[in-house]
Design a binder for this molecule. Structure first.
Ligand SMILES: Cc1ncc(COP(=O)(O)O)c(C=O)c1O
Length: 467
């Protein structure tokens, strides 16, 4: 099918991305953004992120009639960094938020309420009140949340488009933790449970202000046909509701995100274009202009445009096993370290000058700095031999990796830099996030409350504190 014709494009896009990354790693070393005093950093490819946003918009524009309202809301959880959300906003992408923190990031980035969607399984009354006061779209997760919305809507009129999240219960993908349409998923109203579908239809009939319907079938590991089935199920329900109420009450379908990312090679596959074509083929009624659309892609917008690069502090051998001990491990690649089978990462080797490393491949482990044996970025990987002072780069880490710091061993959050060609053959960098200082680590760890526990009555147990 049309996939083949895009392979050439994908190839050149992938080559361009790899070349930009190589130039950025070298420039980062030359400018001291990476080195003995900055032993791990996150790098973001600004050109690539813009291209990714443009590809998403073009893919859906190609399958809806002109004038169809389409809001692409970036799932902020994927890369919760204000400059990234701003970059995407300027590229025509809104924000999907799932906590007060994410909403604050989106607002700080300048995303207007009309381009923001609030989803989450545990919204407090205060969060709901704030969202409705701002006019942010809300997808209720369950009947109890709908009760809360009832009360809020009765009390004060709102501009917020309101909807309900349903779980089509069509099954999971290859990763249980990111499958959200299983029979027992914690998300949304379980549509196939006894009586649930009728309850949903009635809920809409009783609430003329419920105008949206939402499903997110899952994230990484969900095959495209299953994603498409989830969309087909939610479309069929929208049609049923509208038929029962006798008007187009549901005017917008929020199809969630979940496009998987190819972690095995440089190629961007599946593409947004392929996914949008598949949806238009499988669910044509959703793309005939009668419905507005909301999408909530996260990983697929950012993953391939981020790289975590870490210095090899020591290169050693134990029991015949070669190990490069680097500064990137569980704190920046938590999922990979704890569940390596589900989240394998490609590793690229660079020499001490930041140039791609050549030489015969040697099977080796790439370890992180944390104090447990499983802290490995990659195990038994064939790479040019990483030596002391070289750099190991974990690729495709722009989403759900270095932006999601895990404070094991009180390891500091690394700095994050965006890069782009400077127009004169070099690389320009911009700070996205400052590296965390040791003083900040102490402050976040109760530094201001050092005597809090020993000051409690009886806490010293009668023993004088050692001097
Ligand atoms: C409701 C919702 N929308 C969108 C996303 C983003 O998914 P992805 O990053 O796989 O596109 C998630 C991920 O957890 C989600 O829960």
């Amino acid at each position: 099918m049309a996939e083949i014709e895009t392979v050439g494009d994908i190839g050149s896009e992938a080559r361009g991305r790899a070349a930009r990354r190589d130039r950025a790693v070298r420039a980062a070393v030359e400018r001291g953004l990476l080195g003995p005093d900055a032993a791990v950093v996150g790098l973001l490819d600004v050109v690539g992120i813009r291209e990714s946003a443009a590809a998403l918009r073009a893919a859906f524009d190609a399958v809806v009639p002109p004038g169809t309202p389409v809001l692409h809301a970036f799932a902020v959880k994927a890369t919760p960094l204000v400059p990234v959300v701003r970059l995407l906003h300027e590229a025509g992408i809104g924000a999907e938020v799932a906590s007060p923190g994410e909403l604050a990031l989106a607002r700080t980035a300048g995303v207007p309420p009309a381009r923001t969607v609030l989803d989450s399984p545990a919204k407090t009354p205060a969060e709901l009140r704030e969202a409705l006061a701002l006019g942010i779209a809300v997808n209720a997760d369950n009947p109890q949340e709908l009760d809360r919305l009832d009360a809020l809507v009765r009390a004060t009129p709102t501009r917020s488009p309101l909807g309900l999240r349903v779980n089509p219960q069509i099954g999971g993908g290859t990763i249980g933790a990111t499958s959200t349409a299983t029979r027992t998923s914690k998300f949304g109203v379980a549509l196939r449970d006894a009586g649930a579908r009728d309850w949903v239809v009635r809920a809409y009939a009783e609430r003329p202000w419920l105008t949206r319907l939402h499903a997110h079938t899952g994230s990484q590991g969900i095959p495209l046909p299953l994603l498409a089935r989830g969309v087909a199920e939610v479309y069929a329900l929208a049609e049923e509701i509208n038929a029962v109420v006798g008007r187009r009450q549901v005017d917008t379908v929020d199809i969630g995100g979940g496009l998987p990312v190819n972690l095995a090679s440089e190629e961007t596959t599946p593409s947004y274009a392929a996914y949008a074509r598949l949806l238009a083929e499988q669910v044509p009624g959703l793309f005939d202009g009668r419905y507005g659309l909301v999408t909530e892609f996260g990983r697929s917008l950012l993953a391939k445009y981020g790289t975590v690069v870490a210095r090899v502090e020591y290169a050693k051998s134990a029991g015949g096993r070669r190990i490069a001990v680097t500064h990137a491990g569980v704190q920046v690649a938590t999922r990979t370290v704890y569940v390596p089978g589900a989240w394998p990462l490609r590793i690229a080797a660079y020499d001490a000058g930041g140039r791609p490393k050549a030489g015969p491949e040697v099977v080796q482990d790439v370890a992180g700095p944390a104090c447990f044996s499983g802290d490995l970025l990659a195990e038994g990987r064939a790479l040019p031999l990483l030596e002391q002072g070289d750099y190991a780069a974990a690729l495709d880490t722009g989403a759900y990796y270095f932006a999601h710091h895990y404070a094991y061993n009180s390891l500091a959050r690394p700095g994050i830099h965006g890069y782009a060609p400077d127009g004169e053959g070099g690389v320009a960098f911009a700070t996205v996030r400052e590296p965390q200082t040791v003083e900040e680590v102490v402050a976040e760890s109760g530094g201001a409350h050092a005597s809090a526990l020993t000051g409690l009555p009886g806490a010293t147990g009668g023993h004088p504190a050692p001097r």
